[in-house]
Structure formats: C-alpha cells, structure tokens
Design a protein around this ligand. Structure first.
Ligand code: UDP
Length: 485
C-alpha cells in the first residue's frame, strides 16, 4: 500500500453489465491501492456481487467503499430486480435499461454534493456525467470497457463511413487511416454504426460520442505493449487523451478474489481446481462466451458434437437461456456421462480468471469480448475467435491479424442475442479447436501468446507501462486538486 500524500477522492460509476462492472471495480481497487479514496456508485443488487471483495480490500487497508441507490425499474417499466444488463432478455428490455441509466443523474449529483469527489470515472452509457462533473468543475474520465484498437476503428467508421462504398453486406472494405490494414464487412457492424436508418439507439449513441469527445480523457483496460500503435493513434488522430492501466484483472492475486470476481462462484472453485490439477499443462481448452450471449439449443448441440469429435479435454461454460426458447434438449443423450474426465461443463457463472490462469489451460474459445480477450492474453493462451456482436469483430482482428495468436472459427456476421440459428457448424468448430491445440502452428501461436502474457504481467508491475500510466494520471489529478484549492 502506498503512503497517501493527499486524499484524492475518485468516484466510479460503472454501467451495470458484467463486462463493464467487473473491470471498473478492479480499477477502483487499483486506484485505492495507490492511496486514493475510491467510492463505487451502484445499485443494491449489483453491490452484492462485489461487496465481499471490497470488504477484504478495506481490511487490507484500502480506502474503498460502495454507495448504493435504487435502480429505477418501475419508472422505466422493467421487472423488479432487473438491475443488470445481463438480466434483460429482449431488445425492448435492453433499450428500457439504457434509458434507465439517464435517471441516475439526480442521485449521483446528490452524492457528489455530500462527498465532494475530485474526479468522476463513469461508464460510457452515462453521457450526462460530463455535465454532472462540469457543474462541480471536476474531470470526468470515460470508461468504454473496450481497448484502443476497437475505439480507433469505431471512430474511423463513424467518420469515414467506408461501409457505404461497398455493394453488399459481405463485400470487404478497409477501415481508413488505421496503423494496420483492417478489413471488415458491413454485416460485421452494428445497426447504429451502419447508420443506414435511425434506430432507437441512434440518439443515445450520438450522446455517448459527444460525451466521449468532451470528457477529460478515457481510461482504458489495456496495456501499451498490446496495442501501442493505437495508443498513439487515439491521442494523435482521434485527438483524445487516454490512460491505459490494465490488465486490471491482475489485481486479483489470490484464489478467493478470483473465484468471487463478478459473482460468487466459490462453490465451483474446488471442483474446477481439482479437475484442472489432474490434467497435464496446456492440455485443456476453455470455452466461454462472456456474460451476455445466449446460444440456441441447436447451436449448443453443434458445439457439443464438435467437442466430442475433437478429442480435446475441455471446460465449457453454458449459460442459462432466459428467453422464451426452451434450452433443455441441446445436450446429446449421455453426453456428460460419456465425456466425464475429458470434459467439465459449468452451467451458469464460471470463475473465468481462476480457470484461465491454471497451467492446464492451453487454449480459449472466446466471443472476443474485450475483457475475455485481455484475460486470455494475460493468461498467455492462444484463442479460437468467435465474435458475436458489439465491437467483438474489431477485437477479433487484433487477435488474428495483428497479434497472430488466434484461429477464427469463421463467424461472418453480427448475431442477435436471441438468435435461434446455427451460425457455425460442428465441422468448423472442430477444425478451429484442433488447429488451436495441435501441430506446429499451434506451438508457434502458444509461444507468442506466452510472451505477450509475460509483458501483460510486467505492465502492471512497478515501472511497467500501465503502472506508469496510472501513476502519471494520479499525479495530474493531484496537481489539479491542489491548484484548485
Ligand atoms: N465472466 C466470468 N464468468 C463467466 C462469464 C464471464 O467470470 O461465466 C467474466 C469474464 O471473466 C469477463 C466478463 O465476465 O471479465 C465478461 O466480459 P467480456 O468483455 O469478455 O464479455 P461480455 O460479457 O461483456 O460480452
């Protein structure tokens, strides 16, 4: 713990979705370990997901706490308890959820009135926090939950609209002005980015972009060595300040922290570790598609059949389908029994970082959510890339074309969360899994991934690129505070 020279107080307001909350809570903990007073603002149900971790940090001397305010479910017509984006099951619910985030302005401003924080780090889906911070003359840092390459790619597509110069959904175009040649097709962009018609998200996205451009800067869960050209590009071409302080998952040092990250999965900590301890190094593939994706029964069946045919050992995380589709018939008769010993299926929430960090893990099948990508990189494992939506197709390019530590499964287009189609068949899944785990190309990818994993760990150590970036941000904020006193 560093000595507190003065008491900088930073507010953290994470968007209530696992992919945003998990890294921002880790980041608040990192700030607190650097002598900052950190306060996380969230709702009671979301607070319960990380309150034990915060309590442990407090016992270890961190000045970190949580302030809660109710989620306005009733006001926007969401069912009671729907306080996290992962609980929404349709696009109508998602939209109501995002609109509800605008109603946090009043309670946040009331808290700020009482606490006088010196800085506000807020999720991108709270664009109004720019005004809330301006009223108090404090900096607002935006946290997008993604990396610098996807942010730069997004800005370029918004500005140059290269997708309007192609004839079809499948024809490729190059994203203009980026440090690397990155090719995409229109079917890999979100509806609002395609800008072809006004969607209910159009105004919200404009609001978000305006807020990003008028923020003090961005704080990013990434590290310099991972995407150095984009650190420069974001500053020089997009024209915004950014501090890269990741991988933030590395602040979880012991198994208890790792098992309770995002949600308490201590119950399967022992089961996973016992199972993994019985396996050879780098012999198991881990399959998980983040916190939001829901696969149809038909798609799950394709994955099951591919895993069976691949002959590989695996841990596969299957999320409950909370939509109307029945998900009870996907598992082939006797599948779990037959593959006992070779495969472990976790239904629900898995302790992802705990699993990835285990020596026995040799590969990761991922949807390329930014956190999963970074956690895979940090663990030093190559990945099968299966992007589904959001900015995941941009993230895939980083793994495949730039870092060369991935095998694409062949996903071509955005899929909706409740998609009932089979988008990738069993042959393609099996082919990618085998290519990732077996052969010379696999070995080469693995050694590149190991080297990158080592540089991720060095980045957050004393003198490392992320540690330096965080220290310089804190110095700047402290200077700002003392000059305004
Ligand atoms: N995660 C986890 N267990 C699960 C599913 C997800 O710990 O069963 C964590 C994962 O480690 C990551 C986050 O949830 O930190 C998911 O974020 P990501 O950006 O990868 O994907 P999203 O869920 O936002 O699509």
């Amino acid at each position: 713990m560093e000595k507190r020279s003065d008491h900088l107080h930073v507010y953290f307001l994470p968007m209530m979705a696992p992919g945003h909350m998990i890294p921002l809570v880790d980041m608040a903990r990192q700030f607190a370990r650097h002598g900052v007073k950190a306060t996380i603002i969230t709702t009671p149900l979301n607070a319960s997901k990380f309150s034990k971790t915060i309590q442990r940090d407090r016992e270890l001397g961190s000045d970190i706490s949580i302030r809660t305010t109710e989620f306005p479910c009733k006001e926007v017509g969401l069912p009671e308890g729907c306080e996290n984006l992962a609980s929404t099951t349709s696009s109508e619910m998602t939209l109501k959820f995002i609109k509800a985030l605008y109603l946090f302005q009043q309670p946040l401003e009331k808290f700020m009135e009482e606490d006088h924080p010196d800085c506000l780090v807020a999720g991108t889906f709270f664009p109004w926090t720019v005004d809330a911070a301006a009223k108090r003359d404090i900096p607002r840092l935006v946290f997008n939950g993604t990396g610098l390459l996807p942010l730069c790619a997004y800005h370029s597509v918004m500005e140059h609209k290269p997708h309007l110069n192609v004839e079809s959904e499948t024809e490729e175009f190059i994203i203009p002005g980026l440090p690397d040649t990155i090719k995409m097709s229109r079917q890999q962009l979100s509806d609002h980015l395609k800008d072809e018609k006004e969607t209910p998200m159009t105004e919200i996205v404009k609001d978000i972009m305006r807020a990003e451009m008028t923020s003090y800067g961005a704080i990013v869960n990434s590290f310099y060595e991972l995407e150095q050209n984009y650190v420069k590009h974001y500053r020089e071409v997009v024209g915004r300040k950014a501090w890269h302080v990741g991988p933030v998952s590395l602040c979880n040092k012991d198994n208890e922290d790792k098992a309770q990250r995002g949600q308490d999965s201590s119950f399967c900590e022992k089961q996973c570790l016992d199972w993994l301890n019985s396996k050879e190094p780098k012999s198991v593939i881990y399959i998980c598609f983040g916190s939001m994706s829901i696969f149809s029964s038909a798609q799950l069946l394709e994955i099951a059949m591919a895993l069976e045919a691949s002959d590989q050992q695996f841990i596969w995380v299957v999320k409950e389908n909370k939509t109307n589709e029945k998900q009870d018939k996907w598992m082939p008769e006797g599948f779990e029994e037959k593959l006992k010993g070779r495969g472990l299926i976790i239904k629900g929430w898995a302790p992802q970082v705990l699993i990835l960090d285990h020596d026995a893990i040799g590969g990761f099948v991922t949807h390329c959510g930014w956190n999963s990508l970074l956690e895979g990189v940090t663990a030093g494992v190559p990945m099968v890339t299966w992007p589904l939506s959001a900015e995941q197709f941009f993230n895939e390019k980083l793994l495949i074309d730039i870092l060369k530590i991935g095998v694409p499964v062949g996903a071509q287009s955005w899929s909706q969360r409740t998609d009932s189609r089979v988008t990738i068949n069993r042959e393609n899944i099996q082919r990618a899994v085998t290519k990732l785990m077996v052969g010379q190309e696999a070995d080469e990818m693995r050694s590149r991934a190991t080297a990158l994993g080592n540089s991720a760990k060095r980045a957050v150590e004393k003198g490392g690129s992320s540690e330096n970036s965080l220290v310089s941000l804190l110095e700047e904020l402290r200077k700002r505070k003392s000059s305004s006193n």
